[in-house]
Every structure is written in C-alpha cells, then in structure tokens.
Write a protein that binds this ligand. Structure first.
Ligand SMILES: Cc1cc2nc3c(=O)[nH]c(=O)nc-3n(C[C@H](O)[C@H](O)[C@H](O)COP(=O)(O)OP(=O)(O)OC[C@H]3O[C@@H](n4cnc5c(N)ncnc54)[C@H](O)[C@@H]3O)c2cc1C
Length: 451
C-alpha cells in the first residue's frame, strides 16, 4: 500500500464499490478501505429487497451484469402497506428482486478489484485528515494495529450509518456540511430470515404491516424470500418513551401474531441500524463527498437503500473524476453531486419522510379508519397523486368519509400540502452553494409544519 492516492474510498458496501469503480474507470488510482475481512464484505443485515429500476440503472453505469440466478432468491412485484385488518391495504407496484446481498456484494467487489481498485480490508478508518480546510486523507488502524496516515486528492465517505469521515471532521470545516449523527436519524432494527412449515401466500410481495405497539416508523416487514421463506423484521427510533424498549421483544411480539413459535425455523437473526431521515441537504465539502447511508440516502418509508447507495456512489465517482481532471477539489467543484442526488431520489425521499412522520402521528388504528372510509386512497400516496389538484366534490367525499374525526382530515390535508411544497422546493435546489443557506432554511420550515 502506498501512502498517497488520487482517491480514497471509505467502505466497500454498494456506495463504495460503485464510487471506486467509476473513479478507476476514469483512469485514477483508487484505494478502497473496509474494516471487514474481504470475504465478509457485503454480508449486511438487510431486508434484501431491491428495486430493478434503480439497481439496473446504476449497474449499467458500472458495466456490471444485474443480479444473476444464484444471487436472486425471489422476484418482487408489489409493495403492500397493510394494517391489522387484511382488507385495508395500499399496494404500490415495486418491480425488483429479493437478493442474496452477500453473494452480490462479493461479485461487485471482485469487479472493482479486477478493474484495478486496490482493496485494503481489515482496516478501520479512525478519522479524516484535514489540511488547510480540505480533507486530504484518512488515519487508519490496520489489522496489525498500526496507525497509518494515507493521503489523497479526494476522499469519498461510504462508511455507512456511522459516517466515520463526516462525523470526524472538525467543527470549523465547511459549515454547510452536517457533521453530527443523532439517535433520531436512525432506527435500530432486528431482522430474521425464517423458513415456515407452510406457504406464506405472499409470493411477489414485500409487506409493511402497521401494528399497534411498534413505535415509529410503526411496522413489521414480511418480505417473501422464497416459497416458505420470509425476511422479516422491525425497527424504531429509540428516543423518549421508546428509549428503553427492546427492538427484539417488539419484533417477537408482533411476529407471534402472524407466525407463532413452532410454525417456523430461524435461519438467521441479527440487529443493525437503518437511516430513516431525509437525505443530507448538502453532502460535499472541500476534498470530500459523502454517499449512501453515510449521507442518509435510504428511503425513509421503505428503508430501500441499496439502489440509492449504488446510484449515489456512481454520481460521487463521476463528480470526483471531473474534479481530478480540473485539479480542483473545492465545495463549488463538487456541488453538482447534490443536484444529481436530489434529482434521482433525494426529492422523493424528502417527500416520503413527511409520509413517515404523519403515519407515525396518526398511528395504525387511525390509519385503518382512514383506509376503510377511503379518506386516503392508494393514488394519494404516489408522486402524481400528491401533486394532483383535488376537486371540491372529491374533498367533500372525504369530509363525509372522515366523520366524526375531522382533526385527522385536517392533518392529512396539511401533510399533503406540505409534501407538495417540499417536492416543488426540491426542484429549485440551488445550482451553486451561494443560495444554499436560504434554501435549507425554507425546507426546514416546511418540515416544522408537520413535526
Ligand atoms: C434491517 C435493515 C433492512 C434493510 N432493508 C433493505 C432492503 O430491503 N432493501 C434495500 O435496498 N436496503 C435495505 N436496507 C438499507 C441498505 O442495507 C443500506 O442502505 C445500504 O447497505 C447502504 O449501502 P452503503 O454502501 O451506504 O453502506 P453499507 O452497505 O453499510 O457499507 C458500509 C461499509 O463501510 C464499512 N465501514 C464502516 N465503518 C468503517 C470504518 N470505520 N473503516 C472502514 N470501513 C468501514 C463497513 O464494513 C461496510 O462494508 C436495510 C438496512 C437495514 C439495517
């Protein structure tokens, strides 16, 4: 290992592999660092449901073949939001697969190594090195416990939820970049893969089952992972009155209702954390880009983060190649990355965050009421549905349906109008950093209307 590279990428998950591959394809020398052993990379606690569209789009950029036979466990056709009553549910088309993340993660890692990316595994990044207000490398602890400084023109932080580079930055480094991780940003989760002794009848479905007793975001998931196999789990923000609740106990209580003990065998059971907030509004600073979970790129509603991480990694790689070509690594040179992310999925995720806040506020029983009375319809929750102008008769129908819970109707109206305003505001994301602070203030004000 040399002590200087064009690019250092921290973390060899989907974001890191994508970013390093694009930089390498651009002709630059790239060091990819991961704390895991090489053969464990890609083995992550996950729902393992991926959307075909996002993942294929990113893999095309990377010239990598999409998930193949032995990497695919099942196909996915529908995302179902369900409450306790099985008749009340909302179905979104969600074309994709259930994959074996470990196998797929190993294949894409191998592609990066084949292209000439240098992988250093079992190597923990401790903190960034900042010189003259620019990220200039990282301090690592290798497998022999040596502390080593490695330098680069650009660093890409793809280290997942703990964002080791971003959170290790000194306060005075770029004020437009959020360097803090709080408990409210994540949901600790417990996830199992179970094999039932009967068919689950959920073929092609990934189900978010809203349940009383599960704190925000309020659901246990059941993802059909084969004829009798389910990937299931739950998670919530451990804050306030939920701080002391055990995620594992909440999960087992909810699971028991649907799949009692003795009706299944557990194949795997592990915990992890998933980001559930809106994306970082700015994810760049001098010499640095943040991508994937490190920048909260997972969808706050569904936790889908694999495709967004791959896409964000590609964008980070493209913007870094451009900066290397220009030999200029300042905030302004990297700003385009924010625009690419916002356009691809950032605006949708920002809007979905509103939905999760509202679903949490109304709770599963009131959600059931709204679905039963058709006060909320499936079409309301799509991008087109939210932006649609409603007629007086449509609104009147909902007023009648909501009797006598008008407070709920007002809350839904507020949520929908805020979602619209957020979607519109995201379309005006600043093309240069100058007007960013005013833009950010406005979006935070919009969020404060529903929190
Ligand atoms: C319970 C659960 C269920 C989920 N379900 C789904 C789902 O169904 N579909 C979906 O699309 N997404 C799902 N996600 C989200 C998805 O797993 C993540 O969004 C995705 O893995 C993010 O990719 P990433 O590359 O940003 O980070 P990661 O995949 O987390 O990769 C980060 C890498 O950085 C390395 N690293 C961390 N710290 C350091 C350090 N200090 N030094 C060196 N290396 C370091 C890690 O070892 C890891 O290899 C789920 C997540 C959880 C927790």
């Amino acid at each position: 290992m040399k002590d200087s590279y064009d690019v250092i990428v921290v973390g060899a998950g989907p974001a890191g592999v994508a970013a390093s591959l694009i930089c390498r394809k651009g002709g630059y020398n790239v060091l990819l660092l991961d704390k895991k052993k090489r053969e464990k990379i890609g083995d992550k606690v996950c729902g393992e449901a991926i959307s075909k569209k996002t993942v294929h789009e990113a893999l095309e950029k990377l010239s990598i073949a999409p998930p193949q036979k032995e990497e695919i466990n099942a196909r996915v056709e529908d995302l179902v939001l369900r409450t306790a009553s099985s008749t009340n549910h909302i179905i979104f088309p969600a074309i994709g697969y259930m994959i074996d993340r470990h196998k797929f993660g190993q294949r894409i890692l191998q592609e990066a190594i084949n292209s000439g990316v240098i992988l250093k595994d079992r190597c923990r990044v401790k903190k960034p090195i900042v010189k003259d207000s620019k990220v200039s490398g990282v301090l690592i602890r290798d497998s022999e416990h040596n502390s080593i400084e490695i330098f680069s023109k650009m660093v890409i932080d793809c280290s997942g939820t703990m964002a080791v580079v971003r959170t290790g930055l000194p306060q005075e480094y770029e004020p437009k970049l959020n360097k803090v991780v709080t408990k409210a940003d994540f949901a600790p989760c417990y996830r199992e893969i179970i094999e039932l002794n009967h068919d689950h009848n959920l073929e092609g479905k990934i189900v978010l089952q809203y349940e009383k007793g599960i704190p925000e975001p309020g659901y246990i998931w059941f993802f059909a992972d084969g004829e009798k196999r389910l990937n299931c789990g739950t998670g919530f923000i451990k804050e306030g009155k939920h701080a002391k609740k055990s995620v594992k106990s909440v999960y087992f209580n909810a699971l028991e209702k649907y799949y009692p003990k003795g009706t299944y065998e557990t194949i795997d059971g592990r915990g992890d954390i998933v980001p559930i907030r809106a994306p970082l509004w700015n994810a760049v600073g001098n010499g640095l880009i943040v991508a994937g979970d490190a920048a909260y790129h997972a969808d706050p509603l569904t936790a889908e983060g694999h495709g967004p991480a791959l896409m964000a990694g590609c964008f980070a790689g493209e913007v870094v190649c451009n900066a290397l070509e220009q030999n200029s690594f300042e905030l302004e040179d990297l700003w385009r990355y924010n625009l690419l992310v916002m356009k691809e999925f950032g605006a949708d995720h920002a809007r979905n965050r509103i939905l999760t806040i509202v679903l949490e506020k109304i709770g599963p029983e009131k959600l059931e009421f709204l679905l039963k009375r058709k006060v909320i319809k499936q079409s309301d929750l799509t991008s087109a549905g939210i932006m649609k102008k409603r007629s007086f008769m449509d609104y009147l129908g909902r007023v009648v349906g909501c009797f006598p819970k008008y407070g709920l109707l007002l809350m839904m109206r507020k949520a929908i109008s805020t979602s619209k305003a957020i979607a519109k505001h995201c379309e005006t994301y600043p093309t240069t950093p100058e007007s960013y602070d005013a833009w950010k203030l406005k979006i935070l004000n919009l969020y404060s209307q529903v929190t």
